[in-house]
Design a binder for this molecule. Sequence first.
Ligand SMILES: C[S@@+](CC[C@H](N)C(=O)[O-])C[C@H]1O[C@@H](n2cnc3c(N)ncnc32)[C@H](O)[C@@H]1O
Length: 271
Amino acid sequence: MKQKVNVKEMGYYDAMAHLGIPFFNWGGLKATEELIEMCKVDETKSVLIVGCGSGYQAFHIAEKYRCKVVGIDIAENMVNWAKERAENSNLDEQVEFQYGDAMNIPFDDNTFDIVITEFVSIFLKDKDKAFIEYARILKPGGFVGINEIFKSNENPPEIDEKLKEVEKIFEQISCLDFPILTPKEWKDFFEKAGLVDISAIECEPKQDFKEMVKSVGGKWKFTKLTLKILYYTMTRSSLGKKLRGVGRVKSGFRKCRDYIGYLLCVGKKPI
Ligand SMILES: C[S@@+](CC[C@H](N)C(=O)[O-])C[C@H]1O[C@@H](n2cnc3c(N)ncnc32)[C@H](O)[C@@H]1O
C-alpha cells in the first residue's frame, strides 16, 4: 500500500524531490564538466558530491569518468531518490548515496581525492565550518570545486535592493540561508579553510532548456512535471506557496541578470 505523504511537513528540498525535480545548478552538466576539468577528475579518483540531490551530477561523473562517486545530502527524499536510481542503474557498484550534513561530513580525514558541491554552500548556516569539512575529508593534493550563485562587487542600488528582496523571499519559502555573495567572499572561504591555488571562473546565469527536458526523461515527462508544478502553484497548499515564491525569485533574478551569475571556484589541499 502506498504511504500517504505529508508535503506540508517536508523541508524545501524534500518537497522538490517529491515533485521530481532532478537538478538545480545553473549551467547544468556543462558547469559540472568545467568543474571536473578544474578538479582533474579521472578514473583513479574518488569523488564526494556534497548536497548531491537526486544524484544527477554523481551519475554523470561515474558514468563518464568510471570513477567511484559518493553523494551525501541532508534531504532524506533526495537521498532515497538517488539510492533508488542507483539500484535501477548499472552504476550501483560505483555510486553510493547516504544522508550527511555538509557542516559535519560523515567521513574520516583524508578520504577523497575530490569534493564537488554545486548550489549547496549558499544555504549553509556555517559556511566556514563547511569549507573546513570539505578540506578535512580531502587527501593532500586533492581539490574542492564549487558552483555557486554570485553577484558583482559593485551594483546599482536598485539591483542590490532587488537581490535583498530575492534573498528574503527564498529564505522565507525554504527556511534556509540564502545570502548572494561576491566572488571574493566565496574565495575567502577557500582561503580560511587552508586551500591554495584558488582559481575561479565567472559565468552568465544560464539554464539549458533541452537539458532540463532530457533530465526528466523526455518531452512527455517534462510536460507532465510542468503541469504538476502549475497545478500546485495554483493551489493554496504549502507547496503552492513555495512554488509561487520560486516564481518571484526567478523573476527577481531575471531583473538582475547582468549583475549575477554562477561562480566555478576550485582550491587545492596543500600536500
Ligand atoms: C539547490 S539543491 C542542489 C542539488 C544538486 N547539487 C544540484 O546542483 O542539482 C541544494 C541541495 O543541497 C542540499 N543541502 C542543503 N543543506 C545541506 C546540508 N547542510 N548538508 C548537505 N546537503 C544539504 C539540499 O537538500 C539540496 O538537495
